[in-house]
Structures are given as structure tokens and as C-alpha cells.
Design a protein around this ligand. Structure first.
Ligand SMILES: Nc1ncnc2c1ncn2[C@@H]1O[C@H](COP(=O)(O)OP(=O)(O)OP(=O)(O)O)[C@@H](O)[C@H]1O
Length: 243
């Protein structure tokens, strides 16, 4: 359903951004994009979300070409401070069906009882829960996530990764997850693309075949982690690095 064909977005006479990105994904798949800082991960998501149209190449993200429905979530929740949790989730919602969905999503992200709270009264985790619900209100064909949990503490992060998995299980949402966190990618994704270079290019694809939910301590995942560290060139002899 999602097909990205030779898409390139660079700045400043061919520098930075990313280039020649080609991949396709099935409905319900979770794809991870991993790479060190500056390799073009956020730029790629901005292009796929439609926020940046200065690219070359082609992509389709929806079941039908004309109906390009994507949801987007960022590192910070980007809530409207003057609106309650409920109104942030249901912002712009008009139909009775959407209002019903807003209630369902509130429940899905575990915020029942907090619907009338304002963003200033929420913890970081609760604010991101609200942002997850809001990103699903349009029932997107693809959810694009740009380091959605990187600003959270380790425990909240794990809880929200599990929340994302439970949403995926219930709704089979197709997702593209940009992350710096290899463990997060191994826990959530079916395939991970490693981006390298500036401009970034897909350097490798790692398949993670274990059924979800996975065990965070799984030995096979640890092996994959070592493989990814090698691919990112971060697993060289440690003695050389600390001298
Ligand atoms: N609007 C812009 N104008 C010029 N250069 C840009 C612009 N946006 C991004 N870049 C450059 O493109 C490169 C990729 O940026 P991008 O934010 O996509 O990287 P990233 O992989 O998401 O990095 P990080 O992991 O640090 O968020 C960087 O070198 C950045 O400076």
C-alpha cells in the first residue's frame, strides 16, 4: 500500500536531506527508520506527511491515490494549551461518528477521567498519550512517528511503546517510526531501514521476524542489535574508542 520510489530531498545544492529512498510496505506493517543525527530521517517523514513538497521521485501512502490520509506524531506533543484533552483529541471533529471515535480513542490511550484536564496539568506521558489519540482521529492509512518517545523517561517510554503495540493490535495501523533508539525499533518494528550518509541513503534493511509482543530481553533481538550497531559503524573495538 505504501510505496516510495526513488524519493530525494536535498538542501543547499545537493547537501544533507536524503536521497534515492525506495521501499514499499504492507498494510499493518511497522517500519523503523534508524540513523545517526543529520542523516535525513525527519526530512523523510516531513516529505511523506505532505509538509514538504520540494522533493523528486514518487510515493503513494494510501489505499487510493486521491485519499492521502496520514497521521503524524512528533517528539513533543504539540497540544493546544487552551483546549482540554478531549478537545485536543477531537479538534476539528464534526460528525457524530468522529465524536464517538474521539471517546474510543480517549479510552484506548488510557485517559478516561482526564478528558477535561488541560495540557498544563498533564505529565509528559499523558500529553503524549493525548497526542497519539489525536493522530488517530482522522483514521489515517499510515501513522508517521518522529521520535515520539525520545523526550520521555525510560519507564514511561516503555509504557507508551506497549500502548502503541496495543493500538496496532486492535487497529492494525500501518506505521513508519523514526527513532534513535535501537531497542525501540527492535521491540516495535517488522523491518528496520538503516539510513547512512549526508544526504542519507538506505544502507541496509533488517527484518525482525519475532511475533509481537516481544520480550525486551530476547537473545535474538540482542544479536540483531549488534548487527545494527555494526551497520551504523558504532560497534568498533571499544578499546580504540575510549583511548
Ligand atoms: N530546511 C532546511 N534547510 C537546510 N538544511 C536542512 C533543512 N532541514 C534539514 N536540513 C539538513 O538536512 C540534514 C538532515 O536533517 P534531518 O533533521 O532530517 O536529520 P535527522 O536524521 O532527522 O536528524 P536528528 O536525528 O538529529 O533529528 C541536516 O544536515 C539538516 O541540517
Amino acid at each position: 500500500m505504501l510505496a516510495v520510489q526513488n524519493v530525494t530531498r536535498t538542501f543547499n545544492k545537493g547537501k544533507a536531506g536524503f536521497r534515492n529512498v525506495t521501499f514499499s510496505m504492507k498494510e499493518g506493517e511497522i517500519i523503523g527508520i534508524l540513523g545517526t543525527s543529520g542523516c535525513g530521517k525527519s526530512t523523510l517523514l516531513r516529505v511523506l506527511s505532505g509538509l514538504d513538497d520540494q522533493y523528486s521521485g514518487k510515493f503513494t501512502l494510501s489505499k487510493t491515490d486521491s485519499d492521502h490520509k496520514v497521521g503524524m506524531m512528533f517528539q513533543e506533543p504539540r497540544l493546544m494549551p487552551w483546549l482540554s484533552v478531549n478537545d485536543n483529541i477531537g479538534f476539528g471533529v464534526k460528525t457524530a461518528k468522529q465524536k464517538e471515535l474521539a471517546k474510543e480513542l480517549l479510552d484506548l490511550v488510557g485517559l478516561n477521567g482526564f478528558e477535561n484536564h488541560y495540557p498544563k496539568d498533564l505529565s509528559g506521558g499523558m500529553a503524549q498519550r493525548t497526542a497519539i489519540a489525536r493522530s488517530l482521529i482522522t483514521e489515517p492509512d499510515v501513522l508517521l512517528l518522529d521520535e515520539p518517545f525520545s523526550a520521555l523517561d525510560a519507564f514511561t517510554k516503555m509504557q507508551l511503546q506497549d500502548l502503541l503495540l496495543s493500538i496496532w493490535k486492535k487497529r492494525q495501523t500501518t506505521m513508519v517510526l523514526v527513532t534513535h533508539d535501537i531497542d525501540e525499533a527492535l521491540y516495535l518494528c517488522d523491518r528496520v531501514f538503516i539510513l547512512r550518509g549526508q544526504p542519507g541513503e538506505i544502507y541496509a534493511e533488517i527484518k525482525i521476524e519475532q511475533k509481537k509482543p516481544r520480550s525486551r530481553g530476547d537473545v535474538t533481538l540482542a544479536e540483531k542489535k549488534a548487527e545494527i550497531l555494526n551497520l551504523l559503524d558504532l560497534n568498533n573495538d571499544i578499546k580504540e574508542k575510549v583511548q
